[in-house]
Design a protein around this ligand. Structure first.
Ligand code: KIV
Ligand code: ZN
Length: 514
């Protein structure tokens, strides 16, 4: 059996199914470039049939990435498969991932199809996809709650029809490790042509077992794991890429395989995804949390100073933690700026875009003398945010003193027209949000407000996430600034721009496949 464990990253597809985590085309391309640099084997770039925007994003990722396979998701329908084929066509290596549910509850209640009809449709879908590419993956959705005999029948037929990868999803995160590992072992044993396909797993984290289930499957012979950066994904998320990769790498004594991942790219990728989606990483998150390598207790600190291995099983620098490194400052020139961004995987489409980003960099360097990689990443994200949308923050002033009610004055530009409002609030941020609402009157409900410092020190930029809900639609807004009231207003405006952006997208797992 192969000793390579393929890493299939679905941050841009299943990760994007987290409420409020939607990403635009340029943001997806930025993330894809970092994943490619990390040597992810397969990047699932999206679900092209969901909307014209999703189609374009998959196409753009396919055109930008050369070293990783670029994959598009498709239900088992003609339109979905044809759209996925067209979207991944520019890729150096493209894959179509088609799926249909096989559990009794999904077949009966959602698809309203008999098992024989599902089997026939699965084979048809794989054949149709094979008409476009040799690289076809098939998933029996909700395999974790499917009948094992039926799964064996489906897998045998889809492998015969040309599926090169068969992916076993625990769609609702219901399985436990022993059971899931045993399922993979049984399928590999009982499906007569199992040696003709790579067995993959795709685990959701509803019981907090996504990584454990994935690793149990690897021990049972799975050779592809589907995962996301920071464990982002539908509901409680998917298996976290960084945890799967580091578990296999650190415990080589337990696994007879390893990944090709360049682990030093893990922390930068985690930051970028958090930055773009507005989903903060919890401090105690394994590998990428701010405390993952911090030793608080005196006994631990003493041990680590004497011999690091007393309390550390991995080296922080191996997963990309670098002590905050000053990379640029006030006197750095345009070339140094551009070069550092290139090293971070950030490329610009035009000289105009570089000039605009460089001028923002100079403004930031005036306020903050030491500029770190994290500042540069936030600056570029800001740049993207500032370009999109029809509402722009023009000016903000707040008055906040002890014993007085805080007040804010705001000027917004909405579709080219400048408007001003004032409001009082329980604090300067509340007053600023109220002033914005005086003008926009969105009626949205503020569901989440969070502030993180991007680097350390009181001159650090504050990074703010705002989550708004209106009529069932949830969006995350993001803003960064050395002034956290301004960062907050930027985040609120960014969320409003997303809220009014056109169109709902189809969800891959809802509705009828045919
Ligand atoms: O969770 C799931 O079953 C999926 C499939 C589309 C693979 O995301
Ligand atoms: Zn999923």
């Amino acid at each position: 059996m192969s000793d390579t464990l393929f890493i299939f990253d679905t941050t841009l597809r299943d990760g994007e199914q987290s409420p409020g985590a939607s990403m635009n085309r340029d943001e997806k391309v930025r993330i894809a470039r970092v994943l490619e640099r990390m040597r992810v084997d397969i990047i699932e770039a999206g679900f092209p049939a969901a909307s014209p925007g999703d189609f374009e994003s998959v196409q753009a990722v396919a055109a930008a990435v050369r070293d990783s396979i670029v994959c598009g998701l498709a239900r088992a329908t003609e339109n979905d498969i044809d759209r996925a084929a067209e979207a991944v066509a520019p890729a150096a290596r493209g894959r179509i991932h088609t799926f249909i549910a096989t559990s009794p509850i999904h077949m009966r209640e959602k698809l309203r199809m008999s098992p024989d009809e599902v089997l026939e449709r699965a084979v048809w879908a794989v054949r149709r996809a094979r008409g476009y590419t040799d690289d076809v993956e098939f998933s029996p959705e909700d395999a974790g709650r499917s009948d094992t005999d039926f799964l064996c029948r489906v897998l045998e037929k889809v492998i015969d029809a040309g599926a090169r990868t068969v992916n076993i999803p625990d769609t609702v995160g219901y399985n436990v490790p022993e059971q899931f590992g045993a399922l993979i072992a049984t399928l590999r044993e009982r499906v007569p042509n199992s040696d003709k396909a790579v067995f993959s797993v795709h685990c959701h984290n509803d019981l907090g077992l996504a990584v454990a289930n994935s690793l149990a499957a690897v021990s049972a012979g799975a050779r592809q794991v589907e995962c996301t950066i920071n464990g982002l994904g539908e509901r409680a998320g998917n298996a976290a890429l960084e945890e799967v990769v580091m578990a296999v790498r650190t415990r080589r004594d337990q696994f007879d395989c390893d990944t090709r991942i360049d682990t030093t790219q893990i922390v930068p990728a985690s930051r970028l995804v958090s930055n773009i989606t507005g989903f903060p990483v919890q401090p105690n998150k394994a590998i990428v949390g701010a405390n993952a390598f911090a030793h608080e207790s005196g006994i631990h600190q003493d041990g680590v100073i004497k011999k690091r291995e007393t309390y550390e099983i991995m080296r922080a620098e191996d997963v990309g933690w670098s002590a905050n490194r000053i990379v640029l400052g006030k006197h750095s020139g345009r070339n140094a700026f551009r070069q550092r961004l290139l090293e971070l995987g950030i490329e610009f489409d035009s000289e105009e875009d570089i000039n605009s980003a460089f001028s923002r960099f100079k403004d930031l360097a005036d306020k903050k003398h030491e500029i770190f990689d994290e500042d540069l990443q936030a600056l570029v994200t800001e740049e993207g945010l500032a370009q999109g949308g029809h509402i722009h923050l023009v000016a903000l002033g707040v008055c906040s003193q002890t014993g007085e009610i805080p007040e804010a004055r705001i000027v917004l530009n909405e579709n080219g027209e400048e408007r001003e409002a004032r409001a009082a609030g329980s604090g300067p941020v509340d007053a600023a949000f109220r002033a914005i609402e005086e003008i926009i009157e969105s009626g949205a409900i503020l569901e989440l407000y969070s502030v993180n410092n991007i680097t350390s020190g009181t001159d650090s930029q504050g990074e703010v996430t705002v989550r708004l809900e209106r009529g069932g639609r949830i969006v995350n807004g993001h803003g960064a600034d050395t002034d956290i009231v301004i960062a907050s207003a930027k985040a609120y405006v960014n969320a409003l721009n997303k809220l009014v952006a056109p169109g709902r997208r189809e969800h891959p797992q809802q509705g009828q496949p045919i």
